[in-house]
Design a protein around this ligand. Structure first.
Ligand code: EPZ
Length: 429
């Protein structure tokens, strides 16, 4: 199993190209199931989760072809792929695939909307929380589906097609908003989704669906209107830049000090993290090429932050922020409100000398003068990158084990950080 070795203490200077967003690419690829024509996606990140989803979609009959580099493709780092679900040969998403990547559960919506049936394995447990799918099921039932759960599988049927309806989510859910929107795009009549997730990845999916011929308005707000159509068509869409990747590198620069341009990052999707990073002591300026992050000389200030759905502070940046403020001059508090078990990194950061106390969903982080390198264990995607950030500032050598977690969501992290002066390398096998 690969590990990453870091020798801390180097400042970061240079340019980091921001990849396409994992959490936009996954629903966009799943949207290909909605049409028998070709969906072409540009700027798709080369990630383990994307590779896994290609396999899962292939299982349903989706042809996936990677296109060669398109001339003038500057600024877009990812690959271009063509997805065509000419014929859906299987409406079952088996346990052994769904269990490996939760978001594959989202195929349930497009399969049901297009084929009138779907049999999808329940995703099962997850390191960061129980993560039930009850709100997905309620939304699909509201759109007229009959749903049974048996032997670990969700059986969904709508032989006469889905019907438009009013869906009111009792809590904000990104995944169920994606799935309700995709399903309603092919339903008869109008659907209104209330208390919808407002994450930028929702708006990115909606923009692509509209290019495919869907009638959607209000994506990115808490009320989305969808007028169903009979069929969707071919389209080409570029995956938005990854705001979580950009926020992560901004935290790394704030941690080590330095001056880095996050090429392709946009301030619009990062307002809250920018506000928090400015409080901590970093300087972030928008340029025509992206976001410039600098921190010179001044120490790190403590902050109090609560994770919330967008536009609040993203739970996917919580672990990275915790690593950063572990060296602040004072005490910070981080409250996690989205997932009930997203503090797995706390004990690993403590191995590097961080002083963190947990009380339910609140972490109290008392800043320490220095961190010291050690062997640590990655437990989930975002926790693993918080250990990288801490290792960049720790004295001596840090070895991060089980980096397969990292590869699920960060493209070529050691190359990107190494290019900015970090002493970081991947140890294979
Ligand atoms: C998406 O997960 C992201 N994943 C997560 O990123 C992200 O942390 C999360 O949204 C919140 O921003 C992808 O986009 C692939 P939710 P999702 O439904 O859709 C509860 C990463 O690191 N809930 O918004 O699964 C749920 O348990 C990942 O890239 C129900 O109770 O998250 C959670 O407490 C991790 N019932 C809350 O809602 C349901 O049916 C929000 O979850 C659905 C969700």
């Amino acid at each position: 199993m690969d590990r990453i070795r870091i020798v801390g203490g180097n400042r970061l200077n240079g340019t980091i190209p921001i990849s396409g967003a994992k959490n936009a690419a996954l629903p966009l690829m799943i949207a290909s199931l909605l049409t028998n024509e070709t969906l072409t996606l540009d700027n798709v990140p080369r990630l383990a989760d994307v590779a896994m989803l290609k396999r899962i979609l292939g299982n349903h009959g989706v042809d996936c072809m990677v296109l060669g580099k398109r001339s003038g493709q500057n600024g877009m780092q990812g690959e271009s792929i063509e997805l065509r679900a000419g014929d859906i040969v299987d409406t079952t998403a088996p346990y052994d695939l769904v269990a490996r990547m939760r978001a594959s559960f989202w195929v349930i919506g497009p399969l049901l909307a297009r084929m009138g049936e779907a049999k999808v394995s329940l995703p099962g447990g997850c390191a960061i929380g129980t993560r039930p799918v009850d709100l997905f099921i309620e939304a699909l039932k509201t759109l007229g589906a009959d749903i049974d759960i048996e032997a670990g599988y969700v059986f969904a049927r709508a032989p006469k097609g889905l019907r438009g309806a009013r869906i009111v989510f009792p809590k904000v859910t990104v995944g169920a908003t994606h799935v309700a929107m995709m399903s309603a795009a092919l339903a008869k009549g109008e659907t209104v989704i209330e208390n919808a997730a407002r994450e930028p990845e929702i708006a990115d999916l909606a923009a692509c669906l509209v290019k495919m011929g869907a009638r959607i308005s209000g994506a990115g707000t808490s009320t989305i209107h969808i007028e169903g159509v009979d069929r969707l068509a071919a389209a080409r869409h570029a995956v938005m830049p990854d705001r979580i990747e950009a926020g992560t590198y901004a935290m790394a620069v704030a941690m080590t000090g330095g001056d880095v341009l996050l090429e392709g990052a946009t301030a619009a999707n990062l307002e809250k993290p920018i506000e928090v990073l400015t409080q901590v002591g970093a300087e972030i300026t928008a340029t025509n090429r992206g976001l410039r992050v600098t921190r010179n000389g001044n120490g790190l200030a403590p902050v109090d932050v609560t994770t919330e759905p967008f536009p609040g502070f993203a739970t996917d940046l919580q672990a990275q922020l915790m690593a950063l403020v572990s060296r602040a001059e004072g005490t910070s508090h981080i409250r996690e409100t989205i997932f009930e078990n997203r503090f797995m990194h706390v004990q690993e950061l403590a191995r590097l000398g961080a002083d963190i106390h947990l009380d339910g969903q609140v972490a109290t982080i008392t800043g320490v003068g220095k961190l010291t390198g050690a062997q640590v264990m990655a437990t989930d995607l975002r926790a693993s990158v918080s250990l990288i950030i801490a290792g960049l500032a720790a004295e001596g050598e840090t070895i991060v084990n089980r980096v397969y977690h990292l590869d699920r969501g960060f493209e070529r992290i050691e190359d990107k950080l190494g290019a900015c002066g970090a002493a970081i390398e991947r140890l294979s096998g």
